[in-house]
Ligand binder design. Sequence first.
Ligand code: NAX
Length: 332
Amino acid sequence: MSEPIRVVVTGAAGQIAYSLIYMLSRGEVFGYDQPIILHLLDIPPMMEVLEGVVMEITDCALPLVVGVVPTADLSVAFKDVEAAFMVGSMPRKKGMERKDLLSANVKIFKEQGEALDKYAKKDVKVLVVGNPANTNALMCSKFAPSIPKENFSAMTRLDQNRAQAAVANRLGLRINQVRNVTIWGNHSSTQFPDAFHASAQINGIWKPVAEALNNSPWLKDEFVTTVQNRGAAVIAARKMSSAMSAAKAAADHMKDIWHGTAPGTYTSMAVLSDGSYGVPADIMFSFPVTIANKQWKIVQGLSVDDFSRSKLDVTAKELLEEKQDAVALCQD
Ligand code: NAX
């Protein structure tokens, strides 16, 4: 067996973490022969709840979990971690303006970025889940200057999984008979779910999804809005936000970072824009990426027609505004 790695989950007493911790502990992300030491961070009022989570981890009798460190102390939580799932954040409360939410979260991600910088391994891979995820990831990386910016990403994998499932459902296929559906931009309702470069396996042959759907207008309207609003639909039905599917997506995202993407496939994640596809640089924008040796590369050369261009521009504009607000809040 290899040496254990230290993995931190923030917001560890919350509902996404409750599913995620189990997936990590089973070996689904880092490998079925990779022992882990779980660092579980939450805020002081949640320590009793977190103690209950620790009891359950113990009672699961999981052979890969060789240590559990519950804490509210950032210096303990981030010490020597090689992977960080940044799930904890301030939820939007009644009467809260978008700016109030951003303000609370910028403060959290500034402090946690500084702690990562100080205590984590320099090759730590940081996945931000807590909303507003893209901008939180940007701010987190800015306050961790000694860690490569490429090591930070934000999660749009849940949106991608939703989009892939919607296409598979429409075509009556299994989930793994659809590939390369992309989410562009922000993890918000301005995101652009794009199936124009996706393929579907029909009778054993891979063909473009648009062709399989006879260029149905569905791809430009209902598909896009359904994926954009899926989170709200889950809340309306469950009276709570997506948790099991969000945890699965976080596991998928980090698994791809750790083990790479399969040949011929790519995945979506929000990473620091380098200006590809005319997207402004220095925002965390979701792109299609391939991953090898724990390094991502933005997939180049996909065609962007006028329809897609306008969608990319809308979501980029929102991210630029979020960034401006976040930067201003840090100077206050
Ligand atoms: P919960 O409210 O169940 O859990 C959040 C946990 O974070 C709580 O235990 C809370 O005490 C903790 N927390 C708050 N401030 C903290 C801090 N400063 N340090 C450490 N922990 C802190 O929320 P949950 O449903 O688990 O969702 C967590 C976050 O994921 C939310 O911001 C949510 O909006 C976001 N999501 C992001 C998604 C994405 O695709 N990027 C999808 C799912 C989810 O909506």
